[in-house]
Design a protein around this ligand. Structure first.
Ligand SMILES: NC(=O)c1ccc[n+]([C@@H]2O[C@H](COP(=O)([O-])OP(=O)(O)OC[C@H]3O[C@@H](n4cnc5c(N)ncnc54)[C@H](O)[C@@H]3O)[C@@H](O)[C@H]2O)c1
Length: 175
């Protein structure tokens, strides 16, 4: 049975994914966390306030709950990120870096969504291949390409089970 830690669980994807995973693995095996209180998630299972930019606290949660899988959903999305690129890089990249490092130290798998924002104006638009020109012009897209490369690196270098999917735009009717 998996023990899952979700960081950034209170957003559009997490608010749908947490109940779904709890339905599969049991509520107590899915620990939802976010930098802010999330009432709905806390009512249905374990919830902690956790800043993913604090690797010590993330490692502590992983150890306390005996976690083997981390879902990193922390993000500053495209439009907000473009208004403050420095903050977007800090949040998007360091939440991922901390997730990967904690995973390396505690032998966890890591899932992090990528995005079609990882493509750019020079990417082929029809039948876009998996491996192709990726020159995004937004800081969000640049973070996503970097995140894909960093996740691959942790897999190749350390054997961590890192996975990702390039999602299109997703809007939750819960959030
Ligand atoms: N929604 C989409 O259209 C879409 C598309 C492609 C990829 N994605 C990716 O999926 C993931 C989740 O996206 P989303 O739409 O749920 O985003 P969202 O903005 O709705 O949620 C992000 C969550 O991260 C939390 N957060 C921010 N800083 C944090 C920190 N320091 N520590 C802990 N939590 C923090 C926020 O409070 C929020 O609840 C992201 O990686 C995003 O890039 C989303």
């Amino acid at each position: 049975m998996k023990k899952i830690l979700i960081v950034g669980a209170g957003g559009q994807i997490g608010s749908e994914l947490v109940p779904y995973l709890r339905g599969i693995y049991g509520a107590n095996n899915v620990v939802a966390t976010d930098v802010r209180e999330c009432k709905g998630l806390a009512e249905e299972g374990p919830f902690e306030v956790l800043d993913a930019l604090n690797p010590t606290n993330m490692a502590s949660a992983v150890a306390r709950h005996n976690i083997d899988t981390i879902f990193n959903l922390v993000a500053l999305l495209s439009a907000v990120g473009e208004r403050n690129p420095q903050m977007a890089w800090n949040i998007n990249m360091n939440a991922l870096f901390n997730s990967l490092e904690v995973a390396r130290q505690h032998n966890c798998a890591v899932f992090t969504p990528s995005s079609i924002g990882a493509f750019g104006p020079t990417s082929p638009k029809d039948m876009t291949p998996q491996d192709t020109i990726m020159q995004p012009t937004t800081i969000y897209g640049i973070c996503k390409v970097t995140g894909e490369l960093l996740s691959n690196y942790y897999h190749q270098k350390y054997g961590i089970d890192t996975r990702s999917i390039r999602f299109p735009g997703i809007i939750s009717n819960k959030t």
